[in-house]
Design a protein around this ligand. Structure first.
Ligand code: SF4
Ligand code: SF4
Length: 453
C-alpha cells in the first residue's frame, strides 16, 4: 500500500546509525546499588524533598513534592533506605540536588500502586490530570515539560484540534521510541486516548518516520478501526522530529515565531510519554524508569535498556560490559542536539533518551579544521527555520549582536543541520549559540548574562 510521505521545507539527510539496536528487544537493566534521584528533572520549580536520611522507602513512593503549578513530584525508583542528599551534575551540565537511596534489592512497591483501575474510561479530565501529576509525568522526548501543565485549560481559551504523538526519533543512533512502538503499541494508543479526553481534542495523530516502517504498519493495523486516530508516515529527513517541523509536516500549519503549538491548535507529545500516561492512569504507576538507548562505537553491546531513574551513567555502561579506557566522548541524547557530558557520575533522568559512547576511531567525531566560507549557501538550503546561518555567523564573528538579531538568530532551534552540511567544516551552531546568548541577555550585549563573563 502507498502512503503519502509528509515533510517540511529545509532539513538534511543524515546517516542514522540505528541498525545496531533497532531490531533488538529492550532489556531490563539491573537496578544499581544506589540511585541518585534529582529533584529537578523537569522544566519548572524543583521538587522539595519529602524524606530524611535514614527513612525507608518503597518503589513508587513520592520522595519529592512539586512546588507550584509548573513542577512535578519525584519518586523512589528502588525500595531501600535514604542515605543522603547530594548536589551533583546532571546531563545538561547543570547541578541538581539529588536524594540518594541505597537499594535493598527487594523491589517492594508502595501499597496502593500498580492496582488495575476497574473502569479507567469513566475518569473525568480532572481525575486524569491528577493521576498524571501524581505520577510525575513530563515530556520524555527530552523537553521534560510537565504534562499536566500542557493539558491544563488555556487561559486564553485556546483549544487543540490535533494531538500529535511524536514517533519520529530523527536523531542518529537513538531507537528507544522505535522499540517502544514495537513493544508497547497498545499502551501508546491508550495513552493517546486519555490525552485526547484530557484536552477535549477530537483527533489524535501518530507520526512515524519512514525508517521505522515496521512500527508504522503495526500502528496502522491497531488504529484502523478508530476513526479518531490517524497514523502518518513522514519522510526520513532531519530534524523531522523537531516540534515545529513535525506540526508543519502533519497539519501544514506554521507555529509563529515565539509562539506555542497550541497557537495553531496542536499539542505534541512523545510516544514514550503516551505509554507512561496510560500506566499512570490505569495502574497509578509513577514515572520511575524509562527506555534508554546505549550506543556508539565505544559500547560493547549496543542495546536499549529499561533503566531506573537515578541510575548513574557509569553503572549502566559498566553493566553492559563496556570498557571506557579509550573513550573520548560521551553524549547524553543524540549526536545532533544532545549534550557532551564531562562526568559519568550523573544520573539517568526522565528525559534521558540515549547515552552514546565514542572512542577515537569513531567516524562521527572526525572533523577537519574550520576553513573559509565559500558562499555555497548549503547551510541556507538546509535550515528548517528559513534562516541564513552564514550571515548570523559572520555577524557573530564581528561580535555585531544587533546584526545577528536582524537575521533572527533567536528563531534558531540549534538543530545542527547547517553545520552538518557545511563543506568548510565551520562550527556554525557554536557561533549561533554564542550570538543567541548575547542577543537574549538583558541588555542585548551580553553584559548581564552570567554565561558570557
Ligand atoms: S541556523 Fe539553527 S535552525 Fe537553522 S540549520 Fe542551523 S542550527 Fe538549525
Ligand atoms: S555551508 Fe558553510 S561554506 Fe557554505 S555558505 Fe554556509 S557557512 Fe559558507
Amino acid at each position: 500500500m502507498k502512503y503519502e510521505r509528509r515533510t517540511f521545507p529545509g532539513g538534511t539527510h543524515i546517516q542514522d546509525f540505528k541498525g545496531f539496536t533497532n531490531s533488538l528487544e529492550t532489556q531490563e537493566a539491573k537496578a544499581p546499588a544506589k540511585v541518585y534521584i534529582p529533584m529537578s528533572m523537569h522544566i519548572g520549580a524543583p521538587s522539595k524533598p519529602l524524606v530524611a536520611v535514614g527513612d525507608l522507602v518503597k518503589m513508587g513512593q513520592k520522595i519529592g513534592e512539586s512546588q507550584g503549578f509548573v513542577s512535578v513530584p519525584a519518586h523512589a525508583s528502588v525500595s531501600g533506605k535514604v542515605v543522603g542528599f547530594q548536589r551533583m551534575p546532571i546531563p545538561n551540565g547543570r547541578m541538581a540536588d539529588c536524594v540518594v537511596i541505597e537499594n535493598d534489592f527487594k523491589d517492594e512497591w508502595l501499597e496502593g500502586l500498580l492496582q488495575t483501575e476497574k473502569d479507567p474510561k469513566s475518569l473525568d479530565p480532572k481525575e486524569l490530570a491528577a493521576r498524571i501529576l501524581d505520577a510525575g509525568m513530563v515530556g520524555m522526548g527530552g523537553a521534560t515539560f510537565p504534562s499536566h501543565v500542557k493539558y491544563a485549560p488555556s487561559k486564553e481559551g485556546k483549544k487543540a484540534d490535533h494531538i500529535i504523538l511524536n514517533g519520529i526519533e530523527c536523531e542518529p543512533f537513538l531507537t528507544a521510541d522505535h522499540r517502544i512502538m514495537l513493544e508497547r503499541p497498545e499502551r501508546i494508543i491508550a495513552g493517546l486516548k486519555y490525552m485526547m479526553k484530557l484536552a477535549d481534542c477530537p483527533k489524535g495523530v501518530i507520526a512515524i518516520e519512514e525508517n521505522k516502517m515496521d512500527a508504522f504498519e503495526l500502528m496502522i493495523k491497531l488504529t484502523e478501526a478508530d476513526n479518531t486516530i490517524e497514523t502518518v508516515v513522514c519522510k526520513e529527513k532531519y530534524p523531522q522530529g523537531s516540534e515545529k517541523q513535525l506540526i508543519y509536516s502533519v497539519t501544514g500549519r506554521e507555529v509563529p515565531p515565539g509562539g506555542l503549538p497550541l497557537d495553531v491548535g496542536v499539542i505534541v507529545n512523545n510516544v514514550g510519554t503516551a505509554a507512561a500516561v496510560a500506566d499512570a492512569v490505569e495502574f497509578k504507576r509513577p514515572l520511575i524508569d524509562r527506555i534508554v538507548t546505549l550506543n556508539g562505537n565505544g559500547v560493547a553491546k549496543p542495546m536499549n535498556y529499561r533503566v531506573r531513574i537515578g541510575t548513574l551513567y557509569r553503572d549502566l555502561i559498566e553493566q553492559n560490559g563496556s570498557v571506557l579506557g579509550d573513550t573520548v566522548k560521551v553524549i547524553s541524547g543524540g549526536p545532533m542536539m544532545g549534550f557532551a557530558v564531562y562526568s559519568l557520575d550523573i544520573p539517568v533522568m526522565k528525559g534521558t533518551s540515549g547515552i552514546l559512547v565514542f572512542n577515537e576511531e569513531s567516524q562521527v567525531l572526525k572533523r577537519e579544521e574550520e576553513g573559509p566560507c565559500v558562499r555555497c549557501a548549503r547551510c541556507v538550503d538546509a535550515c528548517p527555520m528559513g534562516l541564513e546561518p552564514t550571515s548570523i555567523v559572520k555577524a557573530a564573528k564581528r561580535r555585531d549582536w544587533p546584526e545577528a538579531k536582524v537575521y533572527d538568530v533567536t528563531s534558531c532551534i540549534e538543530c545542527g543541520s547547517c553545520a552538518y552540511v557545511c563543506p568548510s567544516m565551520i562550527p556554525l551552531v557554536h557561533y549561533i549559540r554564542l550570538a543567541k546568548q548575547y542577543v537574549t541577555s538583558k541588555d542585548g550585549n551580553g553584559a548581564v548574562n552570567p554565561f558570557l563573563v
